[in-house]
Design a binder for this molecule. Structure first.
Ligand code: GLN
Length: 446
């Protein structure tokens, strides 16, 4: 009731929720109370949280921030939402997001932009801006999110909260509406590393309904939070401290690094030479995959359907024209172009080759170090409409986060000081399946 009341009072100004589960949440909370009284509780029994509106929730609208799915009530649960139900956690509602998770500012949602709780004219970051803003404003203790090129870490940084993108394959993508399938990964946004560890304990599971989910035991991520980080070898990629980084941001990252040194870590400069190519490679690969994934929204089986189509072609054409927003259409067109005969080798294949070079850069770096540290985003939260009409300006927001997705590695953003009275994030990148270490270092730092 406390959180539902807070949402009612505060969310009209923030717009961080698309759907609030007022009645269902109270029913679930009462049922959880009964379980707790009967001594039959799991760690999450009765704990409120929220889901990004990209996770299919049985019987509860799942819009993915799009008019296309404004009428979509899934007949099934995603594996992530199922896992929370098994625990009898209490879902407060579904959080706002950029349409189909495409964006870095949460300005492309069909349900309107989300406001950063730190300033009424500031973006919360994207695409999981609703989850990050809701956690920052204490409308929910934690929320699920997804990250294809930075959508957990960047909004967490801009809202002053903690976000973790796990290794690709750690969290099932079943029932998580697909954007770019080889990059998408679900993960938590929470106040602290400890809360994020508790979230990941539930989100991570092996699932044979997702062929890319990796069969591997899920450790208790809270068990190693208090380990010492004495002797840990941390790499600072020199390419992350480039002209893309605001000088005040650089200062904050350097202060954070000093703190890690005080905790016993050894710091070393490393190089990830292909960092500069990550944005161009991503903005070929992600649109290519999105153009294929979004072809399912054809107005036939579910989603938006135009009025009175005159034939099948008209049905497809008008349903998609009406249902998708500008950024989604731009991505579909770029992707279809990059995949078309004659251009595939020049763009898609080339981007995949660059992706391999980026992955190899990380593999080489991890021969000598345990963890990479750097900024999460080039600047703190920026103003609404501040990137103008040039989509590339927005795409450059992802410069420090995207290479992690291309390589499939886990990455985390934690609050690390303020610039211009706004929170900034410190990014930690680990080797494959090293989430426990990311959480441990973050917990020690916090
Ligand atoms: N900003 C990136 C994009 O628009 C990343 C989005 C995401 O991680 N879902 O594609």
């Amino acid at each position: 009731q406390h959180f539902l009341t807070r949402i009612k009072q505060q969310d009209p100004a923030l717009n961080s929720f698309i759907t609030v589960c007022n009645e269902e949440a109270l029913i679930d909370a009462k049922a959880a109370d009964a379980k707790i009284a009967a001594g039959d509780a799991n760690p999450w029994t009765g704990i409120p949280f929220a889901h990004k509106d990209i996770f299919c929730t049985q019987g509860v609208k799942t819009s993915c921030g799009s008019k296309m799915l404004d009428n979509f009530i899934p007949p099934y649960d995603s594996t992530v939402t199922h896992n929370f139900k098994q625990q009898r956690a209490v879902c407060l509602g579904k959080t706002n997001m950029d349409e189909f998770a495409m964006g870095s500012s949460n300005e492309s949602s069909y349900y309107g932009r989300v406001t950063n709780p730190w300033g009424e004219n500031l973006v919360p970051g994207g695409s999981s801006g609703g989850s990050a803003a809701a956690v920052a404003a204490r409308l929910t203790p934690a929320a699920t999110a997804t990250d294809t090129g930075g959508s957990i870490r960047q909004p967490a940084a801009l809202c002053g909260v903690t976000g973790l993108k796990p290794t690709y394959g750690r969290v099932s993508r079943y029932g998580m509406i697909a954007f770019a399938s080889s990059l998408d990964q679900g993960g938590p946004i929470a106040r602290t590393a400890e809360d994020a560890a508790m979230m990941l304990n539930v989100m991570a599971s092996y699932d044979d309904k997702d062929s890319t989910c990796i069969e591997r035991d899920v450790p208790d991520y809270t068990a190693t939070l208090n380990n010492s980080i004495e002797g840990l070898n941390i790499g600072l990629p020199k390419e992350f401290f480039s002209e893309h980084l605001d000088s005040n941001m650089q200062q904050q990252v350097e202060n954070a690094v000093k703190e890690l040194e005080k905790l016993g870590a050894n710091i070393k400069e490393i190089s990830l030479p292909h960092t500069e190519l990550s944005v161009p490679a991503y903005y070929v690969i992600a649109p290519a995959e999105c153009s294929a994934n979004l072809s399912r929204f054809d107005g036939v089986r579910y989603g938006h359907r135009c009025e009175d189509p005159k034939d099948l072609e008209d049905l497809y054409c008008r349903s998609r024209t009406e249902g998708f927003g500008d950024e989604v259409k731009r991505r579909i067109m770029v992707g279809a172009y990059a995949l078309s005969a004659g251009y595939y080798d020049a763009y898609y294949r080339k981007a995949q080759q660059v992706r391999r070079l980026i992955k190899n850069d990380f593999a080489t770096a991890f021969n000598d170090i345990d963890l990479i540290v750097g900024p999460t985003s080039p600047s703190p939260a920026f103003g609404f409409n501040s990137k103008g009409d040039d989509p590339v300006k927005m795409y450059l927001e992802d410069i420090f986060t995207i290479s992690t997705n291309l390589a499939g590695l886990p990455g985390m953003s934690i609050p690390a000081g303020m610039v211009n009275n706004l929170p900034v994030g410190l990014q930690l990148i680990g080797n494959y399946f090293d989430e426990a270490r990311l959480l441990n270092v973050s917990h020690q730092f916090q």
